[in-house]
Design a protein around this ligand. Structure first.
Ligand code: KIV
Ligand code: ZN
Length: 500
């Protein structure tokens, strides 16, 4: 019988730490339920002491999800553990994930401490967490740069204290695959509690040098039996190991003889849901879930694929939930078809909300022929801005070659109407200058990205913006078939988030 690898998803904790990717509790519940349908074993739902939002999300996700273990992150600090215990009170299966930095630089600069004291603090945290839950995971932060002999002593001590999972994070994404694999092997061979099955090792790899997945696989090949991953590989800096890559590597390479519980056909819808809710585009050439992952463009490849699909394709797109026949809706599609597609994408919608989304769907279908999954998710999330104090009422822009662009804008600010016009160096510049005539604040556009979702000149354009105001950077998003309107919506989205 094959061995089993546990999948620990940290999209809602490490992934959500990315600036601009923050979700509200309702959105987190949506993602958590989709992760449950996908078959993950553990959902890291947040870091409860870090904010009331995180605390509340752990509570609500615990209530909403049945099968996966819900995990809460803490530092090796009693107060953190107390708050995590409270946040996990409704979880059917609960885990506390506690830990401390173990590399020399963490010990010296972060804790101004020494190796022995760090072991004592680690043991004390695990013992304290054990008073409340059976399932305690310990992380040795920066284990990737911790020397193996000392790391083995730490892991031995925390297993004796009761940790049943030991996480070996390559926090900075520094290790080479062979080096990381060796680290796991060394621990397996030098810690009794690992070889006798009292605890398992977990990988948690970051992608700073593009080696997160390779390191994770090296860890698994050397004995790790849990992998910490995120959907689309999102996460701090260059991100974490991506769930879809690990799941598909193990599925394709039968010789590894390790199974996961992942229902791979849910991979693509889950990827779209996370990308859409977090407004985080997936790079087109991203393995497994990128737009071009299964697109054969060269003549030689197309010819080969037509003769026998296996000549150039190692994965059947249907195995990851990409079914070209089912992802396009048109103006003739009914409410039921929209509802079904939404539920495949992880959004359960009924009644008034479905009616509203369906009306928006029909309006969009008037503007563009084919409505794809990204459009549908964008429509489903459109009411996220409904509660905003500042709304775009109308926008008219005159532009062209050899003339100055002129924009007239109307805003609704908590029910009161405002209008302004301005000229500018192009339509977006004119529209934002007009907007600034109404919202008179010292704000600076720091980043501006426009992305068309799929293809066609009638496509919905997505705009991501970062606006600096009062020493903070705010992230905004807009989506519209009119790219100037999408840009103004993104700018207004930023303004609506200003703290004062
Ligand atoms: O990267 C890391 O070390 C982490 C730990 C907190 C688990 O995210
Ligand atoms: Zn991490």
């Amino acid at each position: 019988m094959n061995d089993r690898l546990f999948i620990f998803d940290t999209t809602l904790r490490d992934g959500e730490q990315v600036p601009g990717c923050q979700l509200n509790t309702i959105e987190k519940i949506q993602v958590a339920k989709q992760l449950e349908a996908l078959g993950v074993d553990v959902i890291e739902a947040g870091f409860p002491i870090s904010s009331p939002g995180d605390f509340n999300s752990v509570i609500e996700i615990s209530k909403a999800v049945t099968w996966p273990t819900i995990c809460a992150l803490t530092r090796a600090v009693q107060k953190d553990i107390d708050v995590a215990v409270e946040a996990l009170q409704y979880a059917k299966h609960k885990r506390i994930h506690t830990g401390i930095g173990t590399s020399d630089s963490h010990i010296k600069y972060k804790f101004n401490s020494n190796r022995e004291e760090i072991i004592q603090r680690a043991v004390a945290a695990v013992k304290y967490a054990k008073r409340f839950v059976d399932d305690v995971e310990f992380y040795a932060e920066d284990a990737g740069r911790t020397d193996n002999e000392y790391l083995a002593r730490v892991i031995d001590a925390v297993v004796k204290a009761g940790a049943t999972v030991c996480n070996i994070p390559d926090t900075t994404g520094y290790c080479l695959p062979q080096e990381f694999g060796q680290k796991i092997k060394y621990l397996m061979e030098h810690v009794d509690g690992l070889s006798d099955g009292r605890a398992i090792l977990s990988t948690h790899c970051h992608n700073d040098l593009g080696m997160a997945t390779a390191n994770t696989i090296a860890g698994i090949l050397n004995g790790a039996r849990q992998a910490e991953v995120t959907i689309n590989g999102i996460g701090e800096r260059a991100g974490n190991t991506s769930l879809e890559e690990v799941a598909m590597i193990l599925k394709c390479h039968k010789g590894i003889a390790i199974d996961t519980n992942i229902n791979t056909q849910k991979i693509y819808p889950t990827s779209r849901l996370v990308s859409s809710l977090m407004n985080m585009p997936v790079q087109p050439n991203k393995a497994i879930v990128g737009r071009n992952a299964f697109a054969h463009s060269s003549g030689i490849h197309q010819d080969g694929v037509l003769k026998n699909v296996q000549t150039y394709e190692i994965i059947d797109p249907k195995d990851v939930g990409i079914d070209d026949n089912s992802i396009v809706l048109t103006a003739r599609s009914g409410r039921a078809a929209l509802k079904h597609r939404l539920s495949v994408l992880g959004v359960d919608m009924d009644g008034e909300a479905l009616d509203k989304t369906y009306q928006a769907f029909l309006r969009l279908a008037d503007q563009k022929k084919e409505i794809n999954d990204d459009d549908i998710l964008m429509l489903a999330g459109a009411d996220r801005t409904a509660a905003h104090a500042i709304q775009l009422d109308y926008l008219q822009v005159t532009t062209g070659m050899g003339v100055k662009s002129v924009a007239c804008i109307g805003l609704d600010i908590t029910g009161e109407k405002f209008e302004a016009s301005a000229s500018g160096n192009g339509p977006v510049d004119a529209a934002i200058k007009a907007l600034k005539c109404i919202i008179r604040r010292q704000m600076t556009l720091k980043e501006f990205t426009i992305q068309a979702i799929s293809k066609g000149s009638d496509d919905v354009g997505k705009v991501h913006m970062q606006v600096e105001y009062d020493g903070h950077v705010y992230y905004g998003f807009g989506a519209n078939t009119d790219i100037v309107t999408a840009s103004v919506e993104a700018y207004i989205d930023c303004i609506n988030k200003f703290k004062k």
